[in-house]
Design a protein around this ligand. Sequence first.
Ligand code: ADP
Ligand code: MG
Length: 253
Amino acid sequence: MTNTSSSSGTSTPEIHVRDLHKSFGDNDVLRGIDLEIGQGEVVCVIGPSGSGKSTLLRCVNLLEEPTQGQVFVGGTEVTHPDVDIDAVRRRIGMVFQQFNLFPHLSVTENLTLPQRRVLKRGKEEAAEVAAENLERVGLSEKADAYPSSLSGGQQQRVAIARALAMGPEVMLFDEPTSALDPELVGDVLAVMRRLAHEGMTMMVVTHEMSFAREVADRVVFMDGGVIVEDGAPAQVIGNPSHERTRHFLSRLL
Ligand code: ADP
Ligand code: MG
């Protein structure tokens, strides 16, 4: 959802990808991506498997080094050779298909550990921030539980809370509900919907078309390492102008 400081004004985009290329050997995975995401904007990225969606997200937070092109986050060029990669990553929360919680730590400890290690927060402050963010994802009562006692949907909500506890400017989601049993998907999407309404800038790779229709300000359709279509959900999902988009959407039904 676009908030009051939306992309429509003259403000710097929160995420700006410019002529981004990424190759693995002779596999040209990203072949010139240009994308701007305004503050508070929610962009869903859709497209077939292997089209480069994860690689694009991973280039935004420098889990992959682009072969060519630039990425700016909050006006800072994160692809600049002199950039402090750790400082950049602190500004970007990432949620993966696999939740990657520490199994030997309680839910609260999963949230406090990165705050203490990376942000050097003290014990009390980290615990306070952990509690706030567990409440945000509706899991206050699981603070002392261990990940193995939680459902997949609850574990994913803990992973979201863990990312939020770091105070990110933007959140990247890579198929956050793809590993979940269908009945657990809704709770995770509800948390993401709330975040969107709070004005978080979000880039979401997903196959959940109803989420994209409802929550996204824009939908980007990728195929073969390029953006084929970028527009309002009603346009890209409801009335796509490209045959490749229509073909992709028809296979989801
Ligand atoms: P998507 O998320 O759209 O399914 P990916 O970005 O994961 O697509 O992958 C796009 C292509 O990049 C695939 O052909 C995949 O094999 C390749 N690829 C992704 N990551 C790597 C890597 N670390 N090393 C080599 N090839 C990779
Ligand atoms: Mg992927």
